[in-house]
Design a protein around this ligand. Structure first.
Ligand code: MN3
Length: 201
């Protein structure tokens, strides 16, 4: 059975950028619901028991059709949100350092140019979805809870939830204000950890 991971910091730790109310609702209600619905789907297909959420998403085509959409939505939701909590930190913000910084600047010209492009793509997601930074440093987006894993792509280095539930309580319809604030809590240390295998020869 899948379990809701604990937040790696207090609900109010992201302060003015993302409120305690949003974190409680987003983690305790939305993420919990993805976990519950994923478990409810898996229980009907015993041969999938013991598979990780990554294995389920990578092998989505092999998941029986009766629960494939449920695994796509709720497995994706569980996977994406488990990472999303780690992609933020009260000690976050600023800029990456080291090999990741060098590679971003090489690809985009400057860190700010990268931020601008990621922001633009996040704002262009119509309806609910995510923006992703992939290991090749391409920025892509997806609808709903679709993970890059279901497209046969590698696990993302960084992702931003642009569903309204991620910001509406604090920012109402102003997704641009939310995205602007979010850069202040991005956990670049965690992103850099995820980038390490990419730079290993
Ligand atoms: Mn969400």
């Amino acid at each position: 059975m899948f379990k809701l991971p604990n937040l790696p910091y207090d609900y109010d730790a992201l302060g003015a950028y993302i409120s305690k109310d949003i974190m409680q609702l987003h983690h305790d209600k939305h993420h919990q619901t993805y976990v519950d619905k994923l478990n409810a789907a898996i229980v009907s297909v015993p041969e999938l028991e013991g598979k990780t959420v990554e294995e389920l998403l990578i092998g989505l085509e092999a998941v029986p059709e009766s629960i494939r959409q449920a695994v796509r939505n709720h497995g994706g939701g569980h996977y994406n949100h488990s990472l999303f909590w780690e992609w933020m930190s009260p000690q976050g913000g600023g800029e990456p350092t080291g090999a990741l910084a060098t590679a971003i600047i090489e690809k985009y010209g400057s860190f700010q140019a990268f931020v601008d492009e990621f922001t633009t793509k996040s704002l262009a997601v119509f309806g609910s979805g995510w923006a992703w930074l992939q290991p090749n440093l391409e920025i892509i987006t997806s609808a709903n809870q679709d993970s890059p894993l279901i497209q046969g792509l590698p696990a993302p280095l960084l992702g931003l939830d642009v569903w309204e539930h991620a910001y509406y309580l604090d920012y109402k319809n102003k997704r641009d204000d939310y995205v602007k604030s979010w850069w202040n809590v991005v956990n670049w240390d965690f992103v850099a950890e995820r980038y390490k295998p990419v730079t290993k020869v």
